[in-house]
Design a protein around this ligand. Structure first.
Ligand SMILES: NC(=O)c1ccc[n+]([C@@H]2O[C@H](COP(=O)([O-])OP(=O)(O)OC[C@H]3O[C@@H](n4cnc5c(N)ncnc54)[C@H](OP(=O)(O)O)[C@@H]3O)[C@@H](O)[C@H]2O)c1
Length: 212
């Protein structure tokens, strides 16, 4: 089981503009790196805050990546597992594209109550150390964690993130939206590099695995 955090970050370590809201600063190279990660994944974990900001989730568009998944007997798009402390999650609007995107929608919440309109499945969110075995039991061995900072911070602090895939984008954003919440301290572990390369357009991919 592997959980890989995938984010686009600015040179000053921000993941959203100073005013908050949707972050759309990754270029074509970042887009491809994101889609390759989605194509690798059995499922995507996403914080409800990111859905409230974007009203949608990420899709694989590359025909080659979609064909590879189908040839391997996998669904074209990995299911999205939305994390919320509430059931149903608050402040989600029915007209958002998310509800019509071509993937299965699962809800992971400590307040699980099935059925919940709009979600194909509702699973109880266990304490973090039991998350990986619980998802593996559902057939999900490779998870992409799409953020945002709140959820990524909680999962990193609990040492349940195995890999970091960061696209460093060539801009400075400023503001308070660092890619991990600034109040986090004492994060566990060191990280060893797996891959580092240029994605073109001034973007750099940094891929690390937790060591030890
Ligand atoms: N640059 C990038 O690659 C990237 C990627 C993703 C997001 N972003 C940006 O990040 C911002 C959104 O991030 P965010 O930090 O505000 O929100 P977030 O991390 O996406 O979502 C936070 C929400 O997730 C749920 N959650 C968090 N921890 C939980 C836990 N332990 N158990 C159950 N549910 C939990 C809660 O939902 P409820 O409130 O429903 O309980 C919480 O309010 C947006 O501006 C977005 O554009 C950027």
């Amino acid at each position: 089981m592997t959980i890989r955090l995938v984010l686009a970050v600015s040179l000053d370590g921000r993941l959203a503009p100073p005013q908050g809201g949707p972050a759309r600063f990754g270029g074509a190279g970042d887009r491809r790196a994101l889609e390759e990660a989605l194509a690798w994944a059995d499922g995507c974990l996403m914080g409800a805050g990111s859905l409230r900001a974007h009203h949608s989730s990420c899709l694989i568009h590359g025909a080659d990546l979609l064909a590879q998944r189908v040839a391997a007997g996998r669904c074209p798009q990995p299911p999205v597992l939305l994390l919320s402390r509430q059931c149903p999650p608050p402040d989600l609007e029915p007209h958002w594209p998310f509800w019509r995107q071509p993937f299965a929608r699962w809800l992971l919440t400590p307040a699980a109550r099935a059925p919940t309109p709009g979600f194909d499945r509702v699973l109880p969110l266990p304490p973090w150390p039991q998350l990986a075995p619980g998802l593996a039991a559902q057939g999900l061995e490779r998870l992409v964690l799409l953020g945002g900072a709140d959820l990524a911070g909680a999962m990193l602090a609990a040492a349940v993130v195995d890999e970091l895939q960061l696209t460093v984008c060539p801009l400075l954003l400023g503001g308070r939206h660092t890619w991990l919440p600034p109040q986090l301290t004492d994060l566990p572990g060191r990280w060893e590099p797996v891959d580092q390369r240029s994605l073109g357009g001034g973007e750099l991919l940094l891929h690390y695995r937790r060591s030890g």
